[in-house]
Design a binder for this molecule. Structure first.
Ligand SMILES: Cc1cc2nc3c(=O)[nH]c(=O)nc-3n(C[C@H](O)[C@H](O)[C@H](O)COP(=O)(O)OP(=O)(O)OC[C@H]3O[C@@H](n4cnc5c(N)ncnc54)[C@H](O)[C@@H]3O)c2cc1C
Length: 391
């Protein structure tokens, strides 16, 4: 692993840094997890990214993307995260855009790609169902071909941002008699289609982040099928050539620990009763700082593999599991530092650190469930990383 930039990388890093500085001379305030990022509104940031093709760093240039290599994407994400600046994103840019580029037909490319990069189309992911999460291939939502349409019936759940999205990419069963992975197709669905009902699910942090989505005889034009019928599982699982290190989250973790350390230091200097800067808490803060740095090193390991043309496998699971579990431990350490005051929520006048800790304590709970649970990641590390037999 080489931590140094080569001359081209150093030049690119300098360019990203200067664009960030121009738009956010004083950095940006910390973002709320799981909420719409309003910070890019009215700052010209989105436009600056669009102009450079940086709104979708990993897309090819011909589709309005940055055409960046994984190494350049890493630098781009690292610099934005270090400056605490919001990165372009959403599942349109990160997930369905690349799928349409690879598997979509010309009409789908024309209709959707430009609207994703312009921000006009907001997408949600309709994969999980009440009975299908880790074992996604068992999904039951049905799509039956009827003339020029497919008629869809069933239900999705935990649909992040489903209430803000105007499009959903979803998986439905098109052949119930085929082996479970081989009877699934992927569709693009306009959320305004008659028969689609979105019901809110408010999480334990009191945030409306995800939803249940019901389909009652929803007619989706057959032209909205992505790729071939019954090949949806393989399309959804495609590994695309983009950066998978999650360097931004690793850096975000270190920022949170740094904020806690700065808070503890200041409170101690001022003799503030708000912080319990005990030896135990100090030792925990040191552990969290080390863990955040370990996360960063795992990110470096992953990008180093990608630069060599290797595909990270169990390494990505190590990253996801360790990072999400560290985020929970960090929130717990923070609440110990602030003691009873950590119960004060966002908006409360006396809440230390703007009440971010009470919120983070609750909001990090789902981190070990979303995008593959810790148990599933451990299974992958055990079988593919350690070569242990399947249980
Ligand atoms: C914040 C958040 C956002 C989400 N956003 C979306 C979204 O936008 N779109 C979407 O489609 N889905 C979304 N999900 C759903 C997410 O993908 C699922 O929650 C996840 O895959 C787990 O599935 P499940 O909830 O059905 O749990 P289950 O799979 O039922 O698991 C229940 C428990 O059993 C354990 N378990 C299951 N299988 C095994 C096994 N083989 N070995 C060991 N243990 C096992 C799990 O680890 C877990 O502890 C989101 C979830 C969260 C928390």
């Amino acid at each position: 692993m080489d931590f140094r930039d080569n001359p081209e990388e150093a030049a690119f890093r300098g360019e990203v840094r200067s664009v960030v500085k121009e738009h956010f001379p004083n950095g940006a305030p910390p973002a709320d997890m799981y909420e719409a990022d309003e910070r890019i509104q009215n700052t010209g940031w989105r436009q600056a990214l669009v102009e450079r093709g940086w709104i979708a760093p990993h897309w090819p240039k011909e589709y309005g993307g940055g055409g960046m290599s994984p190494g350049e994407q890493f630098i781009f994400n690292e610099e934005l995260a270090e400056a605490r600046v919001p990165s372009p994103g959403g599942s349109g840019v990160s997930m369905i855009g690349p799928i349409i580029i690879m598997y979509g037909n010309e009409e789908q490319k024309q209709e959707h790609l430009g609207r994703i990069t312009s921000g006009e189309a907001v997408w949600c992911q309709g994969y999980s169902e009440p009975g299908s999460g880790s074992d996604l291939a068992s999904l039951q939502t049905r799509a039956i071909r009827d003339g020029d349409d497919y008629v869809i019936n069933g239900q999705k759940i935990w649909t992040s941002g489903g209430h803000r999205a105007n499009w959903m990419f979803m998986l439905a069963r098109t052949d119930p008699d085929a082996p479970k992975h081989r009877g699934i197709s992927m569709f693009l669905m306009d959320m305004k289609t008659p028969g689609v009902t979105v019901r809110p699910l408010v999480n334990m942090a009191n945030v409306h982040h995800f939803n249940e989505v019901f389909f009652d005889n929803v007619r989706v034009p057959a032209t909205n099928l992505v790729g071939e019928e019954n090949r949806g599982w393989y399309i959804g699982a495609t590994l695309l050539d983009f950066e998978r290190s999650n360097i931004a989250s690793s850096i975000g973790l270190r920022h949170t620990v740094n904020d806690l350390i700065a808070f503890a230091r200041e409170a101690q200097e001022q003799g503030s009763p708000v912080a319990n800067v005990t030896d135990t808490v100090k030792a925990e803060l040191a552990e969290r700082a080390i863990e955040a740095d370990v996360c960063k090193l795992i990110s470096y390991r992953i990008i180093s593999m990608q630069k060599r043309g290797q595909v990270p496998n169990y390494e990505a699971s190590m990253n996801k599991m360790f990072r999400s579990e560290t985020s929970q431990r960090t929130a717990r350490t923070g609440t110990k530092l602030i003691g009873m005051y950590s119960n004060l929520y966002r908006g409360e006048k006396l809440a230390p650190l703007q009440g971010r800790l009470a919120y983070q304590y609750l909001a990090t709970v789902p981190a070990t469930i979303a995008a593959g649970t810790s148990e599933i990641q451990r299974n992958i590390i055990a079988t593919r990383g350690l070569g242990l037999p399947r249980g």
